[in-house]
Every structure is written in structure tokens, then in C-alpha cells.
Design a protein around this ligand. Structure first.
Ligand code: ATP
Length: 320
């Protein structure tokens, strides 16, 4: 982390002279670094003659020590925190190639190429949200992959409900919403042979303290917008990890079928009239729920049909 940012993160005014003295550089060098912080990290820094420089709002940065204090699971993992990375999932995939032992947790203050499904973009400003990718090794068990992304969604939903968003709910297969607004997204990526040994990256993006994001092209919200409070991201990462580990253990022990009912209870679109979109094809139906593997059950023209696969998207139909 830039030492200058460490000095500014309290959100107070700091004079150019004091900053220069702390870092052993000239005032003009400080000015240049401030401009870099603004340009590269998108930070807003107030510059007031006679008072100095101040971050528009104080920030708390991610800290492995802080997270570890609240999560014994994370203490046992290989945690890698980046100021800026293309995508935490991409970095997690690279760590698998390099043969790192799992679990590996990749976190970043921002992503320059954060991704959703099918190459869509995940907007990821600096120090506001959680960009979280956990690498797990899965030994010979297709069963362990069944419904896994839904299990991650449930863990995220549960964590958000604990953090002042009682209305957080799920949208099949991989979103967490509040009403119609998206607060978190999940992206699982797999490397290796699912029938033998493979690694899975559990990618989670949660909007935490973000209050504006013009680039997001659908309705969205954040924990702060919903709860009215600034949230400590270190504590949220720790809690998410604990809840996730507990769901993953249940899933491993009893399979997805043991979690199916709980997932349906959290599903905001149960009984809703929807369109299921697969590329250029569209099917209209009513959501019945999910099956024991996490596939979507739809009533289509009075008949039950089951759909699964990563390329499917649900949309509410008008009037639903
Ligand atoms: P699907 O129903 O297929 O999941 P989706 O539009 O939700 O569709 P995802 O791949 O899950 O697609 O997520 C990527 C989309 O999420 C982007 O295209 C954008 O519309 C939206 N998005 C991007 N960044 C954010 C963010 N930080 N918060 C909320 N939504 C975002």
C-alpha cells in the first residue's frame, strides 16, 4: 500500500509539508503522488489552500491480521491481498497453475477487470467493496460440485442478513438481491477434472460501502445504502469466511439436497413468472424451485421442466 495513502486514510487534513517530511520527499513529489492516487485509484482528494490535503472520506484498508482476528478459518489459509489486480478470480486461477497449496484466499482493494459471467464486467472501485476469491481443492467427487455456487450464494445472503440487510435474498443461479437490486454476485470457475482432482475458485463480489457507481448498468445497492451504516470490510470478510466454511462442511457431509429447501426459502423469485434466457433462446414459465442438484425447476405450459448450466439467465416477466 502506498505510504502516502496510509497517512491520508484517516480522512483528516495533512499539510503538504508534513506529508513531505514524513516520507522524506519534497512537496512537489507529494503533489505528483496525490495526482497518481487520484488517477489510478479513482480516489477523491480535497486540496485546500492553507490546510493541505484530505481524502473525501476516510478509508479502512484490508488487513490480513484484522481478518484473522475474527476468523480462525482465514488464519489457516494462504491469504493474498492486492491493492489492485485485474480480477481476484484470474489471480486465483494463476495461483492454481503455480501449484500453490489450497485453500488460498485472494482479496483486492480494487479490480481493473473484475468479471461476471460470460465476460461481463464487475464494477470494482478502490477500498469500497469486497472482491473475494477462495481456491479449494476438490478430490474426486462430482457430488461436491453439485449446487456449489448456490451454496456460496446462501452463505453470502446469510452474512448480509446478519449485517443489517434482512431483505437480502437469492436469484437463481448466482445473484444476491435486495428487492430488484443486486448487492452481490458469485462466479465459480473450475480447473482440472471434476470426476477426479480439480480446483474450484469461489468468487464473490459484495457491494459494501459503495454509494455511487454510474457504470453499473442494472439496479444495484450496497450494504451501506441498505443499512445506513459504514461497514468494516475486514469484519465482513471474516464473517463471510466463517459462514461459508460452515455451509461448505454441511454440503460436503450431506450433499446439496440437505441445503435445497433452505435455498428455496431464500429464493426471491419462487412462484414468479419469468423468462429463462439461453443465448438467443427464451422460455417463459413460472418458477417452481430447484431440484436436488440445484437445477432450476420451471412450470412451462403446465409441465415441469428442469434447467441447469452456466449459460442460463433469469428475467422477471412484465407484471410478475
Ligand atoms: P444473470 O442473470 O445472467 O446472472 P447478470 O446481468 O446479473 O445476469 P452477472 O454476470 O451475474 O450478470 O453479473 C454481471 C452484471 O452485473 C454486469 O453486466 C452489470 O450489469 C452488473 N454489475 C456489474 N458490477 C456490479 C456491481 N458492482 N454491483 C452490482 N451489479 C454489477
Amino acid at each position: 500500500m502506498s505510504t502516502l495513502l496510509e497517512l491520508l486514510k484517516d480522512g483528516r487534513f495533512h499539510s503538504g509539508q508534513a506529508l513531505g517530511e514524513s516520507l522524506g520527499v519534497s512537496r512537489s513529489a507529494i503533489w505528483k503522488q496525490l495526482q497518481l492516487l487520484e488517477a489510478e485509484l479513482g480516489l477523491v482528494i480535497h486540496k485546500v489552500r492553507g490546510r493541505g490535503y484530505q481524502l473525501a472520506s476516510p478509508i479502512t484498508l484490508l488487513s490480513e491480521a484484522e481478518i484473522g482476528q475474527h476468523s480462525s478459518s482465514v488464519k489457516a489459509w494462504d491469504v493474498r491481498i492486492f491493492d489492485s489486480i485485474d480480477s481476484t478470480n484470474a489471480e486465483a486461477l494463476r495461483s492454481i497453475e503455480q501449484g500453490g497449496g489450497s485453500p488460498i484466499l485472494v482479496l483486492a482493494e480494487r479490480q481493473t477487470a473484475g468479471r461476471g459471467r460470460r465476460g461481463r464486467k464487475w464494477v470494482s472501485p478502490f477500498a469500497e467493496n469486497i472482491y473475494y476469491s477462495l481456491v479449494l481443492r476438490i478430490d474426486g467427487g462430482m457430488r461436491q460440485l453439485e449446487g456449489l455456487s448456490l451454496v456460496v450464494g446462501l452463505a453470502v445472503m446469510h452474512t448480509l442478513r446478519e449485517h443489517g440487510i434482512p431483505g437480502a435474498g437469492l436469484k437463481w443461479p448466482n445473484d444476491v438481491l435486495v428487492g430488484r437490486k443486486k448487492v452481490a454476485g458469485i462466479l465459480l470457475e473450475l480447473v482440472g477434472d471434476p470426476a477426479d482432482v480439480c480446483h474450484v475458485v469461489l468468487g464473490v463480489g459484495i457491494n459494501v460501502n459503495m454509494q455511487s457507481a454510474e457504470e453499473v448498468d442494472q439496479e444495484w445497492t450496497s450494504v451501506r445504502l441498505e443499512s445506513g451504516k459504514t461497514v468494516d470490510r475486514n469484519q465482513l470478510v471474516a464473517r463471510l469466511s466463517e459462514v461459508l466454511v460452515s455451509y461448505l462442511e454441511r454440503h460436503k457431509r450431506n450433499g446439496f439436497s440437505a441445503i435445497q429447501e433452505e435455498w428455496e426459502q431464500g429464493h426471491l423469485w419462487q412462484g414468479r413468472a419469468v423468462s429463462l434466457i439461453a443465448g438467443v433462446n427464451k422460455v417463459d414459465g413460472v418458477v417452481l424451485g430447484i431440484d436436488r442438484q440445484g437445477a432450476l425447476r420451471l412450470s412451462v405450459e403446465g409441465e415441469e421442466r428442469v434447467y441447469s448450466g452456466g449459460e442460463l439467465s433469469l428475467r422477471l416477466r412484465d407484471g410478475s
